[in-house]
Design a protein. Structure first.
Length: 257
């Protein structure tokens, strides 16, 4: 509820910037307060942008609304973006005379790389729509590990979701699809109208689905945006390794993992 909440909003960023500027002025007697406020707020907004381009998103307009804004075009742990920035910092330390040019280049890369990912994502979406245009209510293409090379496709059907893996160099038909039953939070909340965790999860999950588990009488609910369909991972649906899973046991008790 509070992760990427008020402190990750435009208003929260202003308050944080004021606090940081006050600490700097108190500790170093710095007089150029407004200049450092602009610097701190710019860095916070850059952080918000990096959160915005992932599937998780951020509550950009908190406290006015808790809606999580997201433009998912980069995987939440992007090795390419992180790697380039690490290399840039290293070169700044090695070659201090060129650090301004390197820093500007890295700063531009922070924006160019997601834009490239968004273009590739759009192309992939059109490819998938061409193949599945008669088979779905809506189709979503989300970044996966090693995107923009690999993507995750969530096909929204009437009663279920289909999860597919998609490679930039292969057709979607070459990979198997995984079927998940949709979750009706309306029916669950009718049974437990005052259950706070159910209400929280219904707000949190974008693609809530039931995870089948024949060895348990409990209902396990997951958000498909946190499940990988990449065939490289042999523990694809290992229950113990899926984040943000909600378990409802036979006594109607909820456990959030």
């Amino acid at each position: 509820m509070h992760h990427r909440g008020f402190c990750h909003s435009l208003i929260g960023g202003v308050i944080l910037s004021i606090i940081l500027t006050g600490i700097l002025r108190f500790s170093s007697k710095e007089e150029k307060s407004f200049r450092y406020f602009v610097l701190f707020y710019s860095l916070i907004c850059l952080h918000l942008f990096l959160d915005l381009i992932t599937s998780y998103g951020t509550q950009l307009f908190s406290p006015f609304t808790n809606y999580r804004c997201a433009i998912p075009c980069v995987f939440i742990i992007d090795l390419i973006l992180t790697g380039v920035l690490f290399v840039g910092v290293a070169f700044c330390l090695i070659t201090p005379k060129k650090r301004k040019m390197i820093a500007v280049s890295c700063f531009c890369f922070i924006f160019v790389y997601p834009l490239f990912g968004k273009i590739v994502q759009r192309i992939q979406l059109e490819r998938v729509k061409t193949v599945l245009k008669q088979e779905a209510r809506s189709i979503h293409v989300l970044p996966s590990l090693f995107s923009p090379l690999y993507w995750k496709v969530i096909v929204d059907q009437t009663s279920h979701y289909e999860l597919r893996h998609l490679s930039l160099l292969s057709q979607i038909e070459t990979y198997p699809s995984y079927t998940f039953e949709k979750v009706s939070f309306h029916k669950l909340l009718q049974k437990s109208p005052n259950h706070s965790i159910l209400k929280l999860y219904s707000w949190f999950a974008d693609f809530p689905a039931v995870l089948k588990d024949d060895s348990s009488n409990s209902m396990r609910i997951v958000d498909l945006k946190f499940i990988s369909a990449n065939p490289l991972f042999h523990q694809l649906f290992d229950i113990d390794h899926i984040p943000f899973m909600l378990t409802i046991n036979p006594n109607n008790q909820c456990i959030l993992h």
